[in-house]
Design a protein around this ligand. Structure first.
Ligand code: PMP
Length: 423
């Protein structure tokens, strides 16, 4: 076995859960792709700051000043973590979903959008009011680039155009050729936004190195608590757009007009899209997570995760009933996210059994990526809820899948327990 570093301490690592067979066991959180446990370090940083927090950008008191500094420093930390260019903006949002909806609201009039049908619904759906071209699922990374190039060329000439692509799939964990897709977009005069919800917790993401125009991610998948997200990138479209939310903090000057109406001058900075009292603790927690991951080093984190991925792949290689889902082929590079179906099992029952009998928390369903699941499973999922987990009739093709996912806080024992349970 390859020597790998110890996992990073996370919250919940000592939580025990009851088993249906009697007794209890420490919970194996293997659903990092949905929400990762917060790093202990992030929790400690937040706890140390909590007694001192105050309103930001709107208080004269010492703690308000301190909080304003910490909030703005958090923005700088995130900008550094994402390798932002000097004139990029970092907007604090609620989540990746919120970030992409903000960018959709900021699209210049008449924009064209290009998006693969394989995206998470958060990347697939916000653009519906623009002129969207949905691209068929590619079966290799090179085909993804060709498909995009062909679609961009076929629709020329156009004015403002945006490509939206995920860095790592929330279903297969596979890495997408972001740099090549960005080059293709730019060669045709389009811009590109990277959905890094699944990529940023596992790999370094630099907007400069990847040459993407924007990047979006969620704090709760990056080892910070819920409620905070980021949209970072080019300032121009953001600065020219109407504010995402209208309200205090976004407005620089508000006055009554002679005709009785109201004139507003909006801020040009990130504050333009952050109206209302911001989630200061959330931003601080995200910045703390960025620092912790940087200090741990992505080389170390990636090596450890590859060891865990190998444990799953090798452990299940001789179980013929298990089919791991992939678009790009079995050996495609991926992050620690794997979805699979098990012959003879309904995926929902399988996931429930992992929980009840082994204390393992995975996810089953369609992972908010219905078109992708339809392609991967070769069946029509007919989802019953937005991210639903429909029942398959006995003997029918799987209508959904099981997903196991892990990261910086995962001990070997969790993944070994999972492999043994599946076997
Ligand atoms: N994009 C991808 C690739 C995701 O995996 C997710 C979360 N499953 C999202 C976007 C949406 O993230 P959030 O729910 O935090 O807005």
């Amino acid at each position: 076995a390859t020597a790998v570093a110890a996992p990073l301490p996370v919250l919940g690592r000592d939580v025990t859960v009851p088993l249906v067979t009697g007794g209890e066991v420490t919970y194996a959180a293997l659903d990092y792709a949905a929400s990762a446990p917060a790093l202990q370090r992030v929790w400690d940083d937040v706890a140390a700051y909590a007694p001192y927090y105050g309103s930001v950008h709107r208080g004269a008191g010492y703690l308000s000043q301190l909080s304003t500094d910490l909030f703005e420093n958090a923005r700088e930390t995130v900008a550094g973590f994402l390798g932002c260019r000097d004139d990029d903006q970092v907007v604090f949002t609620r989540s990746t979903t919120d970030s992409l909806n903000l960018l959709a609201a900021a699209l210049p009039a008449g924009s064209r959008v290009f998006v693969f049908e394989t995206e998470h619904h958060a990347s697939l759906l916000p653009w519906r009011e623009a002129d969207v071209t949905y691209l068929d699922a590619p079966r290799t990374p090179a085909q993804a680039v060709e498909t995009l190039e062909r679609a961009l060329a076929a629709r020329e000439p156009y004015g403002p155009a945006l490509v939206c692509v995920t860095g790592a799939s929330n279903v297969t964990g596979e890495l997408w050729p972001v740099r090549e897709l960005a080059a293709a977009a730019h060669a045709h005069g389009a811009r590109i936004v990277l959905d890094a919800a699944q990529l940023a917790p596992h790999h370094p993401v630099s907007v400069t190195d990847l040459d993407v125009d924007w990047v979006a991610f969620s704090g709760h998948k990056l080892y910070a608590p819920f409620g905070s997200g980021v949209l970072a990138g080019r300032a121009d479209w953001l600065r020219e757009a109407e504010p995402y939310l209208a309200g205090g903090g976004a407005s620089r000057r508000v006055s009554r007009r002679a005709d009785g109406g109201v004139d507003v001058e909006w801020h040009d900075s990130a504050a333009r899209h952050e109206a209302g009292s911001p989630n200061v603790i959330g931003a601080y927690a995200v910045a703390s997570a960025c620092k912790a991951l940087t200090e741990a080093g992505f080389d170390t984190l990636v090596a450890r995760e590859e060891h865990l991925i190998r444990t799953v792949r090798e452990g299940l290689a001789d179980v013929p009933e298990v089919r791991i889902l992939s678009l790009f082929g079995d050996d495609a590079p991926r992050v620690g996210v794997l979805s699979f179906v098990v012959d003879g099992w309904n995926s929902s029952h399988f996931a429930a059994a992992l929980s009840a009998e082994y204390g393992i928390g995975v996810r089953d369903g369609l992972f908010c990526a219905h078109p992708l699941l339809r392609t991967l499973l070769g069946s029509d999922p007919q989802a019953q809820g937005e991210c639903g987990a429909p029942e398959a009739a006995p003997g029918e093709k799987s209508l959904n899948a099981v997903r196991v996912s892990f990261g910086a806080g995962t001990p070997d024992e969790h993944v070994e327990r999972f492999v043994n349970a599946v076997r």
